[in-house]
Ligand binder design. Sequence first.
Ligand SMILES: Cc1cc2nc3c(=O)[nH]c(=O)nc-3n(C[C@H](O)[C@H](O)[C@H](O)COP(=O)(O)OP(=O)(O)OC[C@H]3O[C@@H](n4cnc5c(N)ncnc54)[C@H](O)[C@@H]3O)c2cc1C
Length: 303
Amino acid sequence: MNKQLIEQELQQIINSDHVLVDELLKNHTYTKLGGKADFFVTPATIEEVQQVIRYAKNNNVPFTLLGNGSNVIVRDGGIRGIVLSLKKFNAIKRDGNSVIAESGARIIDASRFALEEHLTGLEFACGIPGTVGGALYMNAGAYGGEIKDCLDHALVVNMEGDVQRVEAKDFDLAYRTSNIAEKGYIVLEATFRLQEEDYHAIKAEMDDLTFKRESKQPLEYPSCGSVFKRPPGYFAGKLIQDSELQGKGVGGAEVSKKHAGFIINKTNATATDYIAVIEMVQKAVKERFGVDLEREVRILGED
Ligand SMILES: Cc1cc2nc3c(=O)[nH]c(=O)nc-3n(C[C@H](O)[C@H](O)[C@H](O)COP(=O)(O)OP(=O)(O)OC[C@H]3O[C@@H](n4cnc5c(N)ncnc54)[C@H](O)[C@@H]3O)c2cc1C
């Protein structure tokens, strides 16, 4: 891979201010972990997104999509090739009783926008720190609600670089999963079908969920939220707690004492420390309870 050539070519196809070279990804992830991206690209128009995808495909340049980095761990060696961020796509608007949010908008902001418009259905998302695109990819959910319950359809760019409308049912949304990776979609915007409701009722629900979240989660430390999916018939946090792992760690990363399902970057952890804690937890829970903990969080990049 000729980095200089790729840089020049990328700057020819999209605005050169939208291409950063050797960008440190720890500045773009919630865990504050991760080495450099060769190219951190932030297109501002759909045409620029299409150009970048077609360029990556035609030139065999590796390509990774990053939202708010709240459900990924980037390894210390960083990510080769292009890391695409849609953070400039962040508009949110109302159309009838629907909220249409661009993929780089925070789902928290979509939830607050719905509140201001007296629309119910997105309260569950008021504390989820991802983007709309990341929330759709993960079918993010909390406290009994999930994206699947309120998504109507989305606009995506497919791997050929064409814009396409996809109905909610065609994303195969299920517990913390979708078919977006398999289909190679890049979500551009999502339309949520909501209902009118009294402002104070929506606000009361959001305040209640915020209180629950703040009292139970170690939000004062960098983390990626719940590291593991809920194993059928169990709660990951309870298994970890009962394995007496809270407060145990490797380097600067440790299992949170406040919420056993969280691993926190307590003191300048590396991604290697963080991943070692994940593996320590999986091993201990398997030995003690015979349960395999499957990661919810994705690990990207190289050592
Ligand atoms: C403190 C904390 C609390 C959390 N609480 C919850 C919770 O209650 N419920 C919950 O479900 N999750 C929770 N999470 C996890 C996380 O916020 C969600 O999974 C969120 O949906 C991830 O969005 P993101 O934009 O950060 O995605 P990223 O972590 O950046 O990426 C996740 C995946 O989404 C893909 N992706 C991102 N944008 C797009 C796009 N536009 N098109 C296609 N694919 C895309 C990426 O390629 C990647 O594979 C929490 C995390 C933290 C740190």
